[in-house]
Write a protein that binds this ligand. Structure first.
Ligand SMILES: Cc1cc2nc3c(=O)[nH]c(=O)nc-3n(C[C@H](O)[C@H](O)[C@H](O)COP(=O)(O)OP(=O)(O)OC[C@H]3O[C@@H](n4cnc5c(N)ncnc54)[C@H](O)[C@@H]3O)c2cc1C
Length: 396
């Protein structure tokens, strides 16, 4: 067991931290108020190889390991506290990986290079207006037609709908394929028959969430991802990867909150001494830091498991991977939100202002508590199934 990062990993981590400090922090308020990540920020991310990192170099990516991508996600969550950039980053990393691994050669050559260059968006569309947790009950369906498929239905709460319209691109879309199977297809947002709607979210304003309605949308067969009928498995594989990066971004945001809090309680004088000298505050800091540290290593281990098994196409440790990913996606958003909430309270009234900026993280991290990339109870259901067996979990 060796917990040290390699020289290459350390160098990359510090380059991304520098990008977070120099580019993301000065832009995070603007990202939140203008409701988009500026093109020059995306261009810089592309320049550093941060878009769809795991995609192989021949398709424009850097062929990064999950471990390296996890380290970058931590830094991006620390840099843009609103989480918008982290969401953009991890969607492209997770679903770029799925397309690069399971997509057709034609689709990979067409779709991935612009995504890696920051000139197109790639996301995922599984959730429907009737629910996102119970994927097996989805209604959107597709049928075979000349040269491909015809898609009909509706997706909701999908990240990046506006970005895919503005930049180009689309979403890996899950649909019912008949006879109990599911189909996973890349669907460009500009396809004829698609209408979109934008939702008015409370946070992470720099990346949109919206609905996609498909009215008999023709999807060419080159956009089928993986084996027809096995789409749900591929979506789950993508969720394992993306949830690890979600957790990493939450950990980065938690560390940013604690750093902000520590600087403040060293300086703020109350009752004639720094706030940090009161054990009531100091012990709270220590408890939070200890939990963040534990979750960080849990997350890095999840990334290591992905590298060791999943990304090598080895499904032999699926249960171990599921346990590692679900447990970190269960804990990281909660401890991250708790850090932000506690630090806001250390700041007193100032913590409630936009000047201090903690509310950016408060609003952004909340998305991962309500459900983005799977609700907390869904992580508990996965863990219950892995620990006790399928017969103890009455869901598919
Ligand atoms: C900001 C944001 C961005 C998102 N981006 C995307 C995206 O890009 N693509 C996409 O497809 N989806 C996206 N989603 C949707 C997300 O995947 C869903 O929110 C999630 O799957 C939960 O589905 P739901 O919101 O319909 O809640 P429901 O499925 O209705 O569940 C409601 C609540 O009940 C809990 N719950 C569900 N079942 C059980 C149970 N059996 N026992 C106990 N509790 C249960 C859930 O955890 C949740 O807290 C996004 C969501 C948000 C908030």
């Amino acid at each position: 067991m060796d917990f040290r990062l390699t020289d290459e990993e350390e160098a990359f981590q510090s380059a991304v931290r520098k990008f977070g400090d120099k580019v993301l922090r000065p832009n995070e308020r603007r990202i939140d108020t203008e409701g988009r990540i500026p093109d020059d920020v995306l261009a810089e991310m592309a320049h550093l190889g941060l878009l769809a990192m795991p995609v192989p170099t021949e398709y424009g990516g850097m062929g990064a390991s999950a471990t390296l991508t996890e380290l970058a996600a931590e830094e991006i969550g620390r840099g843009d506290f609103s989480m918008a950039t982290a969401v953009f980053f991890l969607l492209e990393a997770g679903w770029g990986y799925v397309l690069a691994t399971h997509g057709t050669e034609e689709a990979k050559r067409e779709v991935l290079p612009p995504v890696c260059a920051g000139k197109a968006f790639l996301g995922v569309a599984t959730t429907e207006p009737t629910g996102g947790s119970d994927l097996a009950s989805m209604r959107t369906s597709s049928r075979r037609a000349d040269g491909g498929f015809v898609l009909r239905g509706e997706k909701a709460f999908v990240s990046g709908v506006e970005e895919a319209k503005r930049l180009g691109g689309g979403h890996l879309t899950l649909s019912r394929a008949g006879e109990g199977g599911f189909r996973f297809m890349y669907v460009p947002t500009a396809s004829a028959g698609i209408t979109t709607q934008k939702f008015d979210n409370m946070g992470r304003m720099g990346i949109s969430t919206g609905a996609l309605t498909y009215q008999d949308v023709s999807v060419p067969s080159k956009y089928l991802v993986g084996t027809d009928g096995r789409g749900l498995d591929l979506a789950m594989e993508g969720f394992s990867v993306a949830r690890t990066f979600v957790s990493a971004a939450c950990i980065g945001a938690a560390e940013r909150a604690l750093e902000t809090g520590m600087a403040y309680i060293r300086e703020r004088q109350v009752f004639g001494q720094p706030l940090g000298k009161f054990e009531g505050i100091q012990f709270e800091l220590v408890d939070l830091w200890t939990q963040v540290e534990a979750v960080k290593w849990q997350c890095r281990r999840a990334a290591w498991l992905l590298d060791t098994y999943t990304l090598k196409g080895d499904d032999s440790h699926r249960s171990e991977v599921n346990r590692a990913v679900a447990s970190v996606k269960l804990t990281a958003p909660q401890i991250s939100f708790e850090c932000v909430k506690r630090v806001m309270m250390w700041f007193g009234a100032a913590g409630y202002t936009k000047d201090v900026g903690l509310e950016l993280g408060f609003r952004g991290i909340m998305s991962y508590l309500v459900g983005a990339e799977g609700g907390l109870n869904i992580m508990r259901i996965i863990l219950g199934r892995e620990l006790l067996g399928k017969e103890f979990v009455p869901y598919k």
